[in-house]
Each structure stands twice: as C-alpha cells, then as structure tokens.
Design a protein around this ligand. Structure first.
Ligand code: FAD
Length: 476
C-alpha cells in the first residue's frame, strides 16, 4: 500500500526510506497548493496518515522575503487562509500557521516528530532550493507531490520545444490524469500538543510584517478559494460560450480572471478543467480554454522546471539570441527609462493603458500583455535589459506574477521562446513584432484605453505609485 503511494508519477521521493515508526503524525508542508480540495499532496498525506494510523497536520510558514513578493501578494494569500483552515478541519486535518521569524519548518518538525513529511512542488528557483535544503536536513522521508498541473512534470521528461511538441504528450495523458480525486478524510484526527505555537489566520498578521511594502493591495481581486470558485462558476455559466471569440478583446470581460487563484493554488487546474469539461456540451469555448489552461500553462511549467535560466534572456533559443545580437546596435524608435515605463509615461496610449491596468488592478488582460512586453523590447537599450525589466514589472504588480506563466511568456514575447522566426525588422530582428496600428485594430482599443487612461482630475501614475508606496508602508 505504502509503495503504491510512492510510485505515483506525481510523487518525488526527495528523501527516501521508511517512515519513522515512532513518528507521531504526517506533516504536510503546504506552500504552493493552498487548498483543501483537489490537492494531490493533501490527499497523499491523508492516505499515508491513514495507512500509518497517524494524524495529519498541515504546516504553513509565512516567509517574509519570498523573492519579488510584496504586500499586494501577501494580502491576497492571507485572504485565503481562514477558509483553508476550516476546510482542513472538515477533513480531520490540523493546521499550524506561523510567520517570520518563526516560519521555519525544521523547528516545527522537532516539536511534532513526524513519521513522514509531504510537500507540494513549485519549480521556481527559491522554492525548489528550500525543498532541497529541507530534504538534506531531515531524518524522515520527504515526498513532494506535483499537485498544480494536470499532467505531472516527470512524465514530460525534458524541456519541450514548443506547444506543438508538448500538446500530443499532454493529450495522451489526459484521460488518466484528469480524474476526480478520492479526497479521503483523515481517520485519526490531529490534536495540537499542549502549548504548541500557532497563529489564527487573519489579515492582522500583516501588521508590522517585514515584507516588501512598496506595492499596495488591490480591491479588484479578493483572495480565497470561495471567491475563486465563484469566479469559475460565473465564467462557465456566462462567458465560456463566447471565450474563443472574446478572449482577444481586452475591452470585454471575456476571460476567466482565474490566474491569481491558480497562481496561489487556491484553485487547482484539474478542478477548473473538469468544471469546463462538464459544461463543454453546450459551450463552444471549452476547447480553446483548455488549450490555455492545460497546454500553454503546462508548457510554462515545463520550461521553468527544465530550464534553470528561465527568468533571463539566456533561456531563449540560439536563433533568437543570434537575431537580437545582430540588431543590438540598431537605433531604437524611442528610449524610455524604467521609471518612465513604470509610471506609464510613454507616447503610446495603448501601452500606457495596459501598464495602468496592471498597477491599479493587479492584473492585465492577456492580449495586451503580449504587446506590453514586445514594446519594452523596442523601447529599451538592450534585449537583456528589456527582459529583466519586464520580469520586474510583471512580478511586482501582477497578482499572478512570480509564476512560470510569466517567465515563459516574457521569454516568448522578447526572446521568441516556443515561437519561430518571423520576417526580419530593425531592433527586434526575426522576433515576432506587434504594431500599434494592427494590434489596436483587432479590438476596440479606444474603449480599453478610455477605461484605463485615468480621469483628467486623477494625479499622474508616477505620483500615485509613490503615494501607493507610502500608503502600503503604513498599511494596514
Ligand atoms: P484565461 O484566458 O481565462 O485562461 C485560463 C488560464 O489559462 C489562465 O488563468 C492561465 O493559468 C492559463 N493561461 C492563459 N493564457 C496563458 C498563456 N499564454 N500561457 C500560459 N498559461 C496561460 N500568466 C500568469 O499566470 N502569470 C504571469 O505572470 C503572466 N505573465 C505574462 C506576461 C506576458 C508578457 C504574457 C504575454 C502573458 C503572461 N501570462 C501570465 C499569461 C496569460 O496572459 C495569463 O495567464 C492570462 O491572461 C490570465 O488571465 P485569465 O486567467 O483570465 O486567462
């Protein structure tokens, strides 16, 4: 039974060996998959606990210095924790929340003496590094579970060249992987040892929390699984049918808006895919949506998993580096500083609108994200500088930032990753180019620009960005 759990392709034994028979519980060290349903890591921890006849407890350590995360992101994350604790309780699982400087896993493990530690997967460099460090410091086995993809990364074996190479591999696995999980309940209920330090999840935990406070929270998106499920239901009911036609129209509210919930693991990709499949009979947009949610999203996870330079131009293909190198000295049509770009002070109203949407709402429509990144390549001195700046802005302001999707798509827009050469032009070489004239003809750009151009009585974004920093400092 135990061997069967470990042989699942979602499971990676980071520290092998038999569970400690004297261990008192199974600990699930939750990081990425912040949910109590459709979570293969939680299911595995519970099944292991039931096999060993031990209780299960989730440990969540709120780290203050997650790379490129700021108050906007922490607030969204914390909004999801109270309902997470309640949902775990309903499955008979304990929840221990600690925050910096008491956020470390190993001291907690010393206190509760687990038989086995289960974690979830996150291929980003910093979080992958934590898993390795923990595996080296543990005396009991550590298994991590690839819970935030439909098809486990291990089954794709290596970095895939493009959507056309990963698509058949993913489709071949869908019927076996896109299943409804058993969602077991813990047979032995966890009881906190007397005096164990744990915090009640609440927004008050942000008081005095020493994270980066330079970006204020937003009101357009509220974090949490209930809100994510509500958005999913509304999308399936009202917008899935028109998704294919509307998804490239930033002026319409035609996409799901689920990316922040998927990024924080408050929703799992399998449950989103199943909700769409279940409704698919009557909804023409299902195939187009599943292509984005599964093929494109898992192409991004594959890129970050197998390409260690994922957040720099060096991650791109030789043809792209060659063409960008050949055009490195070309005269740029215009040059902007990082501050000008951040403050949406360019000559281009569409670009400025996209930048404002990102800064003000914490999200940017997918179609304009492409244009936004490609113009940064044109308007900065060097392609590597453009790449780095796009990453910084993307990760600082977007609630779904700091995600494989961001790195893969910036690499696509600026470095031709997963794309092919296009007709050659100055500056961008054979990297696919987007012009203001043709892009703004494909949708009602005027309506989008008007929506995000700010009212004339509003202070300019530069002043507001500074104001936001001050407000965020004093927050809450
Ligand atoms: P929907 O159209 O409703 O799609 C559903 C889900 O499919 C999304 O939530 C997302 O998880 C996935 N998806 C959609 N489009 C893509 C895509 N092109 N690549 C991979 N997965 C996709 N996405 C992020 O999650 N985080 C980022 O930081 C990010 N940065 C981007 C930067 C650039 C330059 C570009 C071009 C794209 C970026 N994307 C990023 C991908 C995409 O634009 C967003 O995922 C999408 O717009 C989110 O909106 P939605 O949830 O309404 O998408």
């Amino acid at each position: 039974m135990f061997e069967a759990l470990a042989s699942d392709p979602r499971v990676r034994q980071r520290r092998s060996g038999a569970p400690d028979p004297d261990g008192r519980c199974v600990v699930y060290w939750m990081q990425r998959a912040q949910r109590a349903a459709d979570n293969a890591a939680l299911d595995l921890a519970i099944e292991a606990g039931n096999t060993l006849r031990k209780p299960v407890v989730v440990f969540f350590g709120l780290h203050a210095f997650v790379e490129r995360a700021n108050l906007r992101h922490y607030r969204f994350l914390l909004e999801g924790l109270p309902e997470l604790a309640e949902a775990l309780e309903r499955r008979g699982v304990g929840f221990v929340l600690r925050r910096f400087p008491e956020h470390r896993l190993l001291p907690f493990l010393d206190e509760v003496k687990p038989a086995l530690v289960v974690g979830d997967e996150n291929p980003l460099r910093q979080t992958e590094g934590w898993r390795r460090t923990i595996a080296a410091g543990l005396r009991v086995p550590l298994w991590t579970v690839d819970a935030d993809v439909v098809v486990p990364s291990a089954l794709l074996l290596k970095e895939q060249y493009a959507a056309r190479t990963i698509r058949p591999r993913i489709h071949a696995r869908l019927s076996e992987q896109l299943v409804t999980p058993k969602a077991p309940r813990a047979a032995v209920r966890w009881r906190a040892p007397r005096g164990l330090h744990r915090l009640r999840p609440s927004l008050a935990l942000l008081d005095g929390f020493p994270c980066d406070r330079s970006v204020a929270p937003v009101s357009d998106f509220t974090g949490g699984r209930a809100e994510g499920r509500r958005r999913l239901r509304a999308f399936v009911r009202r917008r899935l049918d028109t998704y294919e036609a509307d998804r490239n129209h930033p002026e319409r509210d035609g996409t799901s808006g689920l990316s922040p919930y998927l990024h924080f693991g408050q929703l799992g990709p399998r449950e989103v895919a199943r909700a769409v499949q279940d409704a698919a009979g009557s909804h023409a947009g299902a195939a187009a949506f599943l292509e984005q949610l599964i093929v494109r999203r898992e192409l991004a996870v594959n890129f970050v998993t197998f390409n260690p330079r994922y957040d720099s131009l060096d991650a791109c293909e030789p043809w792209a580096l060659h063409t960008l190198g050949r055009h490195a000295r070309d005269r740029r049509p215009v040059l902007y500083t990082a501050d000008q770009l951040e403050a949406a002070e360019t000559h281009d109203p569409l670009w400025n609108a996209a930048q404002r949407q990102m800064v003000e709402s914490g999200w940017m429509h997918g179609y304009v994200r492409m244009y936004w990144a490609k113009k940064i390549l044109e308007w900065t001195r060097r392609p590597d500088e453009a790449f780095d700046l796009a990453v910084v802005l993307n990760d600082r302001y977007l609630l779904d930032g700091r995600d494989p999707n961001g790195y893969a798509n910036i690499a696509w827009a600026i470095g031709g990753k997963h794309d092919r050469p296009w007709p050659e032009r100055p500056v961008t070489g054979t990297i696919r180019w987007m012009s203001f004239a043709s892009t703004s003809k494909k949708f009602d750009a005027k309506a989008y620009i008007e929506r995000w151009s700010g009212r004339s009585e509003d202070p300019p974004l530069r002043t507001r960005a500074r104001g936001q920093r001050l407000e965020a400092k004093g927050y809450p």
